[in-house]
Ligand binder design. Structure first.
Ligand SMILES: O=P(O)(O)OC[C@H]1O[C@H](OP(=O)(O)OP(=O)(O)O)[C@H](O)[C@@H]1O
Ligand SMILES: [Mg+2]
Length: 175
């Protein structure tokens, strides 16, 4: 409708930027593993794709877990959240390892934001341990273990989504 404000993307609503480098991400994943090592052992790691694949590989390597499965969920088209779509559920083998409820399984994702994705996986595997590297306040209650809390009005930029580029100086004309 004419005059109506355009819908803001989640990233525009978030406003602040929190860029994460590969080094920082690796360090944060290792810190997450230190905490998870106190909770395990785990039979298998379940990565929530795609963002959960990178931390899941690092965590599984540190914890010596070699069985890794995926739950493929999509909701954000770049930075706009739509309906959650489960594109692929867990394998029967991993489900069996978790006794049907996820007991002894470790679910890993890069972050929780609104918590919608987290809620869906918790409903699928109520007894699993759910870990993320970053957590925003709305999603935080759904996570068992995380490393860094980031405010709800911040957008996290992951290293696989970004590239180095020129940034002008803060002060006009200082370049
Ligand atoms: O707490 P929520 O508001 O549900 O958001 C968190 C989810 O959003 C992102 O995934 P996305 O759906 O963008 O897919 P991707 O992992 O393939 O990038 C992120 O990796 C989490 O899985
Ligand atoms: Mg994701």
């Amino acid at each position: 409708m004419a005059g109506e404000a355009p819908e803001l993307s989640a990233q525009e609503r978030a406003g602040k930027a929190f860029p994460v480098s590969w080094d920082q991400f690796h360090r944060d994943c290792r810190a997450l593993t230190w905490r998870l090592n106190e909770v395990g052992p785990f039979h298998a790691v379940i990565a929530i794709t795609r963002g959960g694949l990178v931390p899941a590989a690092i965590v599984a390597r540190e914890l010596g877990v070699r069985i890794i499965d995926t739950v493929c969920i999509a909701s954000y088209d770049h930075d706009k959240q739509g309906e959650l779509q489960v594109l692929k559920g867990m394998s029967e083998a991993a489900m069996k390892l978790g006794g049907g409820t996820g007991k002894g399984l470790l679910i890993v994702d890069d972050l929780v934001d609104t918590g919608k994705t987290g809620r869906l996986v918790r409903d699928m595997l109520p007894d699993a341990h759910f870990a993320t590297v970053y957590a925003k306040p709305k999603g935080r209650p759904l996570v068992d273990t995380f490393i860094t809390e980031v405010s709800q009005d911040t957008w996290i930029f992951f290293p696989w989504d970004t590239a180095l580029s020129y940034h002008p100086p803060l002060r006009d004309g200082a370049a």
